[in-house]
Design a protein around this ligand. Structure first.
Ligand code: GSH
Length: 216
């Protein structure tokens, strides 16, 4: 049995929960030892991040490394294609997410609480929009980002894109996704596993947004 250490509010925890749901791998979810950012947790994960997993006594952090481990250890409903070139494309899309898109979404967080930073919003939004336009040129939704079935490429975007939309909505702006992503958005909304996996994250995110929303 996989133990998934994380928290409902954590997008990266939700990314793993989504992969586990899609793959039908049984797991149990627990909060990090000693609480998030505790010394006890840092002894296990020196960078202090969540999520992490434990499997048969093996402990591992970093979501992409975990997803790759799960691919190797569990055969059912893999999220990496058989074909080497397709597999490489999936990994490229996952890297684009982690290196180019997610950091632009994360950069919006401080603006929620610190009104003095809000003049940065147009530039931050433009940088994110630019990355998404470029993403639109790379993906070939079918309707998932790398083909007709979910893959590792979908896991990060499934969190970051709705999060960006909600954050910007709360900040009084609108994110326009490139038309190439429309079939993907529709498929994700209809995907029962995805909706079940993301539900705890959505609820926690909405509660957090209510607390953190700018009053002006
Ligand atoms: N590269 C890490 C990123 C994980 C990450 O950033 N997690 C957030 C929560 S969603 C976190 O733990 N941030 C550290 C902090 O806020 O101190 C991964 O893929 O697992």
């Amino acid at each position: 049995m996989i133990i998934l250490y994380g928290l409902p509010i954590s997008s990266y925890t939700a990314k793993l929960r989504l992969a586990l749901h899609w793959r039908g791998i049984p797991f149990e979810e627990r909060e990090p030892d000693g609480g998030y950012r505790s010394q006890a947790w840092r002894q296990k994960v020196p960078m202090g991040t969540i999520p992490a997993i434990e499997h048969e006594g093996f402990f591992l952090s970093e979501s992409e490394a975990i997803l790759e481990y799960l691919e190797e250890v569990f055969p059912q409903r893999r999220l990496l294609p058989e074909d080497a070139q397709q597999r490489a494309r999936v990994r490229m899309l996952a890297r684009l997410h982690d290196l180019h898109v997610e950091p632009r979404v994360r950069a919006l967080f401080p603006l929620l609480r610190q009104s003095e930073l809000r003049p940065q919003l147009p530039a931050l939004l433009a940088a994110l929009q630019d990355k998404l336009e470029r993403l639109g040129e790379v993906v070939r939704p079918g309707p998932y980002l790398a083909g007709s079935a979910p893959s590792l490429a979908d896991c990060g975007f499934a969190l970051s894109l709705p999060l960006a939309q909600r954050l910007l909505e709360v900040l009084g702006q609108r994110l326009s996704l490139p038309p190439a992503l429309a079939p993907w958005t529709e498929a994700m909304a209809k995907d029962a596993s995805a909706q079940a996996a993301l539900s705890p994250w959505r609820q926690a995110t909405e509660s957090w947004l209510q607390m953190a929303s700018p009053s002006s």
